[in-house]
Ligand binder design. Structure first.
Ligand code: UD1
Ligand code: MG
Length: 395
């Protein structure tokens, strides 16, 4: 328990350091050409981009300084040194470090989408190797209703590693595509982190105590540095976080999910991101045209944001895109108007869907609505994880 108290103290210090550093480093980023313009504001002032690198670095340094404290006792008598646990922590940090570097490269070079998928796969390799060496458990427990057909457990072997690699790719990109209004990326990450911390605390007394302590050692400093970032990224944003932050966050969640053996529970905390991803697939796979930015459209006269639109030429509509549009229309998930030549639909993001259903609103209110939805989904996740898991898994 004392290590948790130490990491709490370290994290409070990390919060204040991040909070202090961000305003001081802002001009450095602008001078280096790392800035963007807020597309939902009248003012076209330069806003520093990729500030997630600051919170990411403080987060990593906090854990580096913490290593001698966690493993301190074993450093005196090295014969008992827990090499496996140490390797786990180092592999986790290496993967997060890789994502920080690659995310920053993305912000500077504006990489293409195929690389955005490739980079997390490569960065998750250290994690998968250490998982192979330390656990190599690729057996999944079958839910009770399916046990008569499949038996009580199934060993899926190599496919389990594919699943873990895909988890890292999903977590990193899912946050990045539920984005574009002030405070949303950081806000959703804060709620996911708090949900994981609550889950860790609930499970601390159980069989997986070590895994959840490991998770807390990572999540607490992550939450502290992210809260400091949120303070500066909240409406009206004084800094943009860049893809660096989305990548670091996604990989941090993937690290605790994989090494803490609770990837299904972490996925439950990603319900809004999963819904947004499914809804986005027609545009992500270019079945429906996908503009560079899908964030909501700002209306100067009303100072409100409304759903942004994409244009589909009727001559470009094929069987698949036609079916998708019909299904989405039937489900009332799309707002479309058409003329002789084109169909104009909203961009397929959860943010735009909220605007279609609730009407135009201020940017800050929209962020709060989406974050409230994230909180509700976390409550739902706990409901699924506890009462319903008892039914499905007899635990
Ligand atoms: C992803 C989304 C894109 C969305 C963008 C916004 C997909 C496939 N891509 O692209 O639709 O528009 O994120 O982050 O879904 N910005 C604001 N206000 C904010 C945050 C960002 O105006 O609160 C603008 C700024 O101009 C900033 C830019 O978005 O410079 C950053 O976009 P970037 O993160 O590079 O976009 P992607 O991650 O590629
Ligand atoms: Mg982005």
């Amino acid at each position: 328990m004392w290590t948790i108290i130490v990491i709490l103290i370290f994290s409070v210090i990390a919060y204040f350091i991040t909070d202090n550093l961000i305003p001081k480093l802002k001009d450095l980023f602008i001078n280096a050409g790392l800035y963007g313009v807020d597309l939902c504001k009248i003012s076209k002032e330069k806003i520093p981009e990729a500030i997630g690198v600051v919170s990411g670095c403080v987060f990593l340094v906090t854990i580096f300084l913490f290593i001698p404290i966690v493993f301190g006792n074993n450093l005196i008598d090295t014969r008992l040194f827990p090499h496996n646990e140490f390797a786990e922590l180092l592999a986790g940090l290496l993967s997060i470090c890789c994502m920080l570097l690659l995310g920053f490269a993305d912000d500077v070079l504006d990489l293409r989408w195929k690389y955005k998928l490739l980079l997390p796969t490569v960065a998750s390799l250290p994690l998968l190797v250490v998982y192979y060496v330390n656990f190599n458990s690729t057996t999944i427990i079958v839910p009770v209703p399916l046990r008569q057909i499949l038996g009580s457990s199934v060993n899926i072997g190599f496919l389990y590693y594919v699943y873990m690699g895909m988890l890292a790719v999903f977590c990193t990109n899912a946050i990045n595509i539920l984005a574009g209004i002030n405070g949303l990326e950081v806000g959703q990450s804060v709620i996911i982190a708090i949900s994981i911390i609550i889950f860790d605390i609930l499970e601390l007394g159980g069989e997986q105590q070590k895994a959840h302590t490991f998770s807390l050692h990572i999540m607490i400093p992550y939450l502290a540095t992210t809260l400091a970032l949120l303070k500066h990224n909240w409406y009206p944003s004084k800094v943009f976080i860049g893809d660096t932050f989305c990548y670091v966050s996604g990989m941090t969640f993937a690290v605790v999910a994989i090494l803490g053996h609770f990837s299904k529970t972490v996925l439950l905390f990603f319900i809004p991101q999963i819904l947004n991803f499914i809804y986005s697939t027609p545009q992500l796979f270019h079945i429906i045209p996908c503009p560079r930015h899908r964030l909501p459209k700002y209306c100067v006269e009303t100072d409100l944001v409304e759903a942004s639109r994409t244009v589909i030429k009727k001559s470009d509509i094929n069987a698949i895109s036609g079916i998708i549009l019909r299904i989405l229309s039937l489900l009332h998930l799309v707002n479309k108007v058409e003329d002789n030549q084109c169909i104009y639909t909203n961009n397929f993001t959860l943010i735009n869907l909220f605007l279609i259903k609730l009407g135009p609103m201020s940017e800050a209110k929209l962020t709060i609505c989406l974050l409230l939805f994230q909180c509700i989904c976390s409550c739902l996740a706990f409901l699924i994880r506890y009462p319903m898991a008892t039914y499905f898994y007899n635990v």
